[in-house]
Design a binder for this molecule. Structure first.
Ligand SMILES: [Ca+2]
Ligand SMILES: [Ca+2]
Length: 211
């Protein structure tokens, strides 16, 4: 009897879950080329260097190619922080350097109702993207570990200050104590969500916008 009860309940539960909101539009992702060796895969917060060609799905027109236009250099961006369209943030995860993907991106994850430049409103876009290089982004766990000098999984104000000092030095700026202290206060105001005086690993890598 109990089993019957649960079986009846399951479709109702599924209905509740799915009925609550419309399904999220998806990015269709096809792998065009996968390298034999893959040392690491992309994740949110990584910096990616890519070459890409973008086409309108409606008529196949190419609207941009990083190889043919501008300075013809590949472009850097950070994955998962909305620096690029949502469709890229979603469609370029778990990717190896050297890999090529074809993404089909619905308008809601691209330029939507407005369109942009050569892209008409409500356009589904097709991108062929080659990932050339992956680097640890400023929000990566690797960066966090580098800053967390005493390995207690939280950043104190002095650890953040030390990091700023080193970064300034590395970029050839003279260290400036008062300036660094003001920067640290600013950083903590924004990043220390629970106001305990430390930036935890979670606070550090947390994305404020849900993807
Ligand atoms: Ca620490
Ligand atoms: Ca905190």
């Amino acid at each position: 009897m109990m089993l019957g009860f649960w079986l009846c309940l399951i479709p109702a539960l599924l209905f509740c879950l799915h009925g609550a909101k419309l399904p999220e539009p998806e990015v269709k992702s096809e792998v065009l080329y996968k390298p034999f060796l893959c040392h690491r895969k992309t994740k949110y917060g990584d910096m990616l260097l890519v070459h890409y060609d973008g086409f309108l799905e409606s008529n196949g027109t190419m609207f941009h190619s990083s190889r043919q236009e501008g300075d013809k250099h590949p472009v850097w961006f950070t994955l998962g922080i909305r620096e690029v369209i949502k469709g890229w943030d979603k469609g370029l995860q778990n990717m190896c350097a050297g890999e090529k993907r074809k993404l089909t991106i619905p308008p809601s994850l691209a330029y939507g109702k407005e369109g942009k430049g050569k892209i008409p409103p409500e356009s589904t876009l097709i991108f062929e993207i080659e990932l050339i290089e992956i680097r640890n982004g400023p929000r990566s766990h690797e960066s966090f570990q580098e800053m967390d000098l005493n390995d207690d999984w939280k950043l104190s104000k002095s650890e953040v200050k030390e990091y700023l000092r080193k970064e300034f030095e590395r970029h050839g700026y003279p260290p400036n104590d008062t300036h660094h202290e003001a920067m640290v206060e600013d950083i903590f105001k924004q990043e220390d969500d629970d106001k305990d005086g430390y930036i935890s690993a979670r606070e550090f890598t947390y994305q404020h916008d849900e993807l």
